[in-house]
Design a protein around this ligand. Structure first.
Ligand SMILES: Nc1nc2c([nH]c(=O)n2[C@H]2C[C@H](O)[C@@H](COP(=O)(O)OP(=O)(O)OP(=O)(O)O)O2)c(=O)[nH]1
Length: 157
């Protein structure tokens, strides 16, 4: 199973997202993140990816959730991803556009969910409310629609 991270800096009611320039979900608005490297913890990977993608250091990084992500029409193992989700209470530096990512700040109470993965509108409101969660999301139509999902709230992280 592939393991990856998402890290979401939230500062003054705004969420720092990226317009993803390549890889899975290219063109989508997502939290900065990427795959774990060998020997790295999810926490270390979450911070490294923010640094690499936006050239800033996240502060107050805390884990808030994890979820399995699958495509209904593919071989079960092939496209499965296990995602560790974090928040950050600030950043040091000014986000820069890189080859991988263009930074965008969005008000947490007015997020453009139609430009994000279809599962984000389900778990992200819980993250923004300070809740913890675990979930499994199964997508169809190359990620265009939700096939089924399960989610549990208030899980120890
Ligand atoms: N917001 C959001 N992100 C997701 C979902 N599913 C999913 O894999 N991701 C994220 C987790 C990782 O940050 C990223 C994995 O994509 P990738 O395999 O293209 O990795 P990458 O190119 O960004 O990273 P890397 O090569 O630098 O390691 O996508 C989802 O449903 N919602």
């Amino acid at each position: 199973m592939n393991e990856s991270t998402l890290c979401h800096p939230i500062v003054d009611g705004e969420l720092l997202l990226i317009r993803k320039q390549r890889g899975l979900g290219e063109g989508n608005l997502v939290g900065p993140g990427g795959k774990l490297e060998a020997g790295e913890t999810p926490f270390e990977a979450a911070r490294r990816e923010v640094r690499e993608e936006l050239r800033v250091e996240p502060t107050g990084v805390e884990k808030c959730g994890e979820f399995g992500f699958h495509f209904r029409d593919d071989a079960p193992e092939e496209d499965s991803m296990y995602v560790h989700v974090f928040t950050a209470d600030g950043i040091e530096g000014n986000p820069e556009a890189t080859e991988e990512a263009i930074p965008e700040w969005h008000a947490v109470d007015d997020l453009p969910y139609d430009e994000m993965w279809v599962d984000d509108r389900i778990w992200m409101p819980h993250m923004l409310d300070g809740e913890t969660f675990t979930g499994t999301f199964v997508l169809t139509d190359e990620g265009g629609a939700m096939h089924s999902y399960e989610m549990e709230l208030g899980v120890d992280m």
